[in-house]
Write a protein that binds this ligand. Sequence first.
Ligand SMILES: [Zn+2]
Length: 508
Amino acid sequence: MGKSETRAIQPTREENYSEWYQQVIKAADLAEASPVRGCMVIKPWGYEVWENIRHVLDGMFKAEGVKNAYFPLFIPMEFLQKEAEHVEGFATECAVVTHHRLEKSDGKLVPAGELAEPLIVRPTSETIIGESFSRWVKSYRDLPVLINQWANVVRWEMRTRIFLRTSEFLWQEGHTVHASADEAMALAGRMLDLYETLARDYLAIPVIKGRKSESERFPGAVETMCIEAMMQDRKALQAGTSHFLGRNFAKASNILFQSERGRMELAWTTSWGVSTRLIGGLIMSHADDDGMVMPPKIAPAHVVLLPIFRKDSDRQPVMEYVENLAARLREKQYAGRRLGVEIDAKETGGARGWEWIKKGIPIRVEIGPKDMAKGAVFMGRRDTSHRDRKSVGTDLFVDTVTDILDDIQYKTYQKALEFREAHTVFIDARDGFYDFFTPSNPQQPEIHGGFALSHWCGSPECEKKIKDELSVTIRCIPYDRNLAGDGPGRCICCGKESPCRVVFAKAY
Ligand SMILES: [Zn+2]
């Protein structure tokens, strides 16, 4: 240690936010860039976060009656063409398979065996799953169909950033079929609620729920609902979406059912998803200038035990003590799984402690001969200063460890919520709106006001003007009346009448 004023991550958030983000990922050993352009390698410490997200969501889906299934990675091009808006929305980012064989030509491998019909690597699976649904659904008795798939998808992105925007990413995509519009819409709403619960109660990320304006909708959807979170650079991150697809995809895939009255009718469908992007959101919400901060409920591990040996003869008794403590802790449950305990005996000294700070583990515990003699451990929390450590009786520590984790979870959420509230402002004057989104410091052109809750008349022209002039978009039309405001007002752009406030922000 010793250089307590120097932060572990260089540069700091203030100095260069986007470089800070990359350095946190590296220091916490979450993921790395791969030799394949735009694709990432998710390392164990990052992948376990994804596994935990998956575990939590999978349980919530199943409680709603959703079943998991798996569909092909490849989609025939003709499938994608069936829904006009859909193909238009994804055409520019499709990876296309055109050959199925390699041949040697002049000693070099070249693609051969051209496919009569190219295959698309799925950017999303509405069309291929819809084809199955058209065969699965015959009568109203078959409905609803509630399916989820855990998979990878590919979107050929030009500018990529680990977790936030990668050419290949992991996600879940839910797809459902219903006999009525109301039922489909209600299901899509419930799934959005589950995403909010995941974000708030597990990831400790406060989100704003709402619906998208027409221009921001999923290609082919009738309604797109979303959760939006504020990152520490005050930009918005779309953290999850749920779409009511009306009958558009049923029409494209020919999903028909015989109604109770005996008529053949087109079904109503939904789709909804969250991705590894959430891990980017987790980092940008909670990490600080010392590295990652893991909310306990989603952390790969909760406690690291750091044995300290002053001399060789300490090793055996200290390790016995530590292993015994680990066993007692591992008997405990936290957030639906066994308490995760790591033992790091590889060296003593400050570097090891800093490694775990940078990884964001919620609780660090040092144990040396002196602590053992007192029947105590020396504990530090990731959500407080690294200098702020204290001695706690070992039994007391074991008895209260889950309370400590709950306290860290709660404070991590509160901190993120206070940050968002401090940078979310009602703005009614056009000049004030433009000032809010103009960086005050030319050294930091990205730093700006945050979220503006302002009136919008509903016209795509006003939306586009603001986007063109400020790179600010409508993140959502919020459901919360406290955010939407309590009545009509005047559009921030044109001054015409507006029914409610919307969330304007710069976004990832
Ligand atoms: Zn307007």
